[in-house]
Design a protein around this ligand. Sequence first.
Ligand code: PSU
Ligand code: MN
Length: 302
Amino acid sequence: MLEYVKLSSEVVLARGEGQPVVALESTLITHGLPNPLNAETALAMEAAVRAAGAVPATIAILGGRLCIGLSEEEIRHLAASQDVLKVSSHGLAYALATSRTAATTVSGTMYASRLAGIRYFATGGIGGVHRGAAITGDISTDLLELSRTQVAVVCAGAKSILDIGLTLEYLETAGVPILGYATREFPAFFTPTSGHPLEYIVQDAHEAARVFRAHRRLNLPTGVLIACPPPQSDIDQARLESATRQAVHEAGQAGITGGEVTPWLLARVADLTRGESLKANVALLKNNARIAAHIAIADATA
Ligand code: PSU
Ligand code: MN
């Protein structure tokens, strides 16, 4: 393994025993959720992976090392840290070469997972084409990484801070298969419905694993997106939509750009909904972690 990469002892052990590993990202800890909910959620995701019988590997850059698997202490420390760099695939080399502490986004975590030979990765929502991208040009590197890195990403679709239609068009052009996990519709993070139908539907973990195995056997270079509807929540959709519109408008007014856009919108929507969005967020993160573990196990035992 590269000099930059450090595997946790749990991950090393899992590899030796051929136990499936599920990668988890760290940007949702440092830039997606407030403290201390972020640490509790990250640990709950790890617990969900373990309860299903797989081994979690939360990925982050600590002291210039790409850590594949963090200890509870490292997660709590990261969760309480200020000024952590948010790195997508384009920031990995910089963060490592300059010995930074950094959280990896979906794209950064996908790349790291592939490097470490981890096939499945669970997150909340992927980045995508932002509303108003025709003017701002804001398209997440997550989409580019999905187009070129062969990792299965288990998510609840994309948040409505994004233009979901354009995000799906991008993925379609890029050749990224999207599997609806027991759903016929692309989920929109807080809600199982987005109005966008899916063509490829899998009924369970075994079917999802079979598709990703076939994808690998065919040597298709892209990732595969596995879209899971969020668990039921009583979140008020109309209120959420108006909060999202307001947040997107305010971000434009405030001149927020680049990597700050997504964290800014997430925090603003949480504020505007008085934290109502956070409960649903945590529930779907745990759900996705559990499902990713089930698929990884089905894949390993097929
Ligand atoms: N969407 C969410 N919560 C998140 C993110 C996205 O609902 O925490 C994070 C993920 O780490 C994702 C990143 O990879 O934001 C995308 O950032 P950007 O739009 O700057 O590429
Ligand atoms: Mn962006």
